[in-house]
Design a protein around this ligand. Structure first.
Ligand code: SAM
Ligand code: SF4
Ligand code: SF4
Length: 335
């Protein structure tokens, strides 16, 4: 079954955020002054159970979803996550199951996650410079902690490992080439993400965005690059290869060259709201339906109508006015 939205975009991907909590405080995502000790995180009974998540995922796979990514907050702080991975991996028709993590807890969990059926991981690492990295993540961890997580993922066969780096002007843009140099020849793919105006708490400004063209120029001045074809339809990263064949890299141009026209993802929040766009102010409450005892037909009907009614294209029409609208936080919906 192919479900299309009002802009004729098919439903293909699902991101499941399993928690709004995180052991880091990246200042562009969960700034400490907002997400401090008195911040009210979701209570345990507000979170969807693994059974509830899997039931929704199964209905969405029946509706065309082929790729699922688990995210958060930090997904590895949710207890027994490998159990959820096993449940999702067993869904017939699912082609890819991956996870985005800050990497700090991977050493203890990578093997169990791989054994449960996880295919790949993306690990966030914004810089190899210790001072720069710690200042960006709120002091949560050092570079070595994340590198150990990446090694654990490689050893567990969660390949290819991708590394995500958010680039902010005058913060870490001078360190992008180091990341390419470090991971060259290892099979790990580094992807540079333009800093986005997600949520309302990070004080985003356009001046801090380093356009992908500038990131690529910095890299190609040291390592000449050639473009690669997209991996699959709906792929958000533009892929490049070092001309010497030693590495693939990617850039995610959400600000300078938005990809709304081919955006094919739904996002499920930890408390069971379905979001049709990363920049949406509000989601569709599925937990209410689930806990009122809705049958699969009623749930399916709700899912169909959410996607059919979808008209989002926030990044394409981004303006000074839209960046002031209330939006879900990145740490809630998971990127
Ligand atoms: N905690 C996990 C992690 O950091 O990988 C998963 C959730 S995190 C919200 C997912 C991704 O979103 C990370 O790669 C993070 O760097 C990125 N991110 C967070 N805030 C962002 C922003 N304002 N602009 C661009 N990317 C952002
Ligand atoms: Fe946590 Fe990931 Fe957000 Fe950093 S980017 S605060 S690791 S959820
Ligand atoms: Fe998709 Fe919304 Fe991002 Fe556009 S702004 S690519 S519709 S999530």
């Amino acid at each position: 079954m192919t479900l299309t939205d009002r802009r004729n975009r098919p439903l293909q991907g699902l991101r499941i955020s399993v928690t709004d909590r995180c052991n880091f405080r990246c200042n562009y995502c969960m700034p400490e002054d907002v997400f401090g000790t008195d911040y009210r995180f979701l209570a345990r009974d507000e979170l969807l159970t693994f059974e509830e998540i899997t039931r929704l995922a199964s209905l969405l796979v029946e509706r065309g979803v082929r790729r699922i990514r688990i995210t958060g907050g930090e997904p590895l702080v949710r207890r027994n996550l490998d159990r959820l991975v096993g449940m999702l991996a067993a869904l017939p028709g699912l082609q890819d199951l991956s996870l985005t993590t800050n990497g700090s807890l991977l050493p203890g969990q990578a093997a169990a996650l791989a054994a449960a059926g996880l295919r790949r991981v993306t690990v966030s690492l914004d810089s190899l410079d210790e001072g720069v990295f710690r200042s960006m993540n709120g002091g949560g961890a050092g570079v070595a902690d994340v590198l150990r997580g990446i090694e654990a993922a490689v050893s567990a066969g969660l390949l290819p490992v991708k590394v995500n780096a958010v680039v902010r002007r005058d913060v870490n843009d001078h360190t992008v080439v180091d990341l390419v140099r470090h991971f060259r020849g290892t099979g790990t793919i580094v992807r540079f993400i333009e800093y986005m105006d997600v949520g309302n708490s990070n004080g985003w400004s356009l001046e801090e965005v380093v356009p992908a063209a500038e990131i690529l120029a910095r890299i190609s001045a040291v390592f000449p690059l050639e473009p690669l074809e997209p991996d699959h339809t709906g792929e958000v990263a533009r892929r490049w290869r070092l001309c010497d064949g030693s590495a693939e890299i990617g850039v995610i141009t959400s600000v300078s060259n938005p990809f709304c026209a081919s955006c094919s993802r739904l996002r499920l929040s930890p408390e069971g709201s379905l979001y049709t766009c990363l920049f949406a102010g509000k989601g569709f409450d599925l937990r209410g339906l689930l806990r009122q005892g809705a049958d699969d037909a009623a749930l399916g009907q709700a899912l169909d109508s959410v996607w059919r009614d979808r008209d989002d294209q926030y990044s394409r029409i981004r303006s000074a006015a839209t960046t002031r609208l209330p939006r879900v936080e990145m740490s809630h919906i998971g990127g």
